[in-house]
Design a protein around this ligand. Structure first.
Ligand SMILES: CC(C)(COP(=O)(O)OP(=O)(O)OC[C@H]1O[C@@H](n2cnc3c(N)ncnc32)[C@H](O)[C@@H]1OP(=O)(O)O)[C@@H](O)C(=O)NCCC(=O)NCCS
Length: 165
């Protein structure tokens, strides 16, 4: 595997991120959406790129920081680079950032049908705390998942039975 590093995204990465978006998400972000995230003071966008050229984007993660909490808005890995630990690396970096900055919790919403992402978050100690009915278009429900960083009281986990392949 090529060596890669994580760095803040910039406008030159947008084209690659849009290409990955189209191949992995049912409702992909477009270039304008990425540009807006780059310009929001509370939004952070990190990319994994190859060390040789620093321009090949293999994966990215976007999160918002507000009121001592982080919300992960998007995480995606190039389909050709899946199952090599990149997704885990991206989420763990955000958790490390949250711990370093003494934040209270990290949360996100994920499609109920998105087994790979749910398994990734569970591997990173996230728990399902709520079911959000019809959260997505076409009436798909979401799970809200969170990981506490402050030792604060956890919302009881929602019991769900799911089969992971
Ligand atoms: C979800 C996603 C980011 C995972 O990225 P990845 O780099 O392939 O994941 P990793 O290799 O780091 O896997 C970490 C863990 O996640 C889980 N996982 C990842 N892909 C999985 C799959 N297809 N099936 C089951 N579990 C999976 C496993 O627990 C895995 O640990 P293991 O390899 O030790 O079994 C990637 O599949 C993706 O880009 N999906 C499309 C975009 C998306 O759905 N994003 C989430 C929106 S909320």
């Amino acid at each position: 595997m090529n060596l890669m590093s994580l760095r803040p995204a910039d406008e030159d990465d947008i084209e690659s991120m849009v290409r990955i978006e189209k191949s992995v998400h049912p409702s992909p972000w477009n270039a304008q959406h990425f540009l807006e995230e780059l310009n929001k003071s509370f939004s952070t966008l990190w990319v994994y790129t190859d060390d040789e050229t620093d321009s090949l984007v293999y994966g990215y993660i976007c999160f918002w920081e507000m009121d001592k909490e982080l919300q992960i808005l998007n995480v995606a890995v190039d389909p050709q680079k899946k199952r090599q630990g990149l997704g885990h690396g991206l989420v763990q970096k955000v958790i490390s950032y949250g711990i370093k900055n003494q934040l209270k919790r990290i949360f996100l919403n994920v499609r109920k049908s998105n087994d790979p992402a749910i398994a990734l978050y569970q591997k990173c100690q996230f728990q399902i705390t709520h079911v959000r009915k019809n959260f997505y278009s076409h009436s798909e429900d979401a799970y809200e998942m969170e990981v506490r960083l402050d030792g604060g009281e956890r919302v009881p986990e929602v019991p769900v039975s799911r089969k992971i392949h």
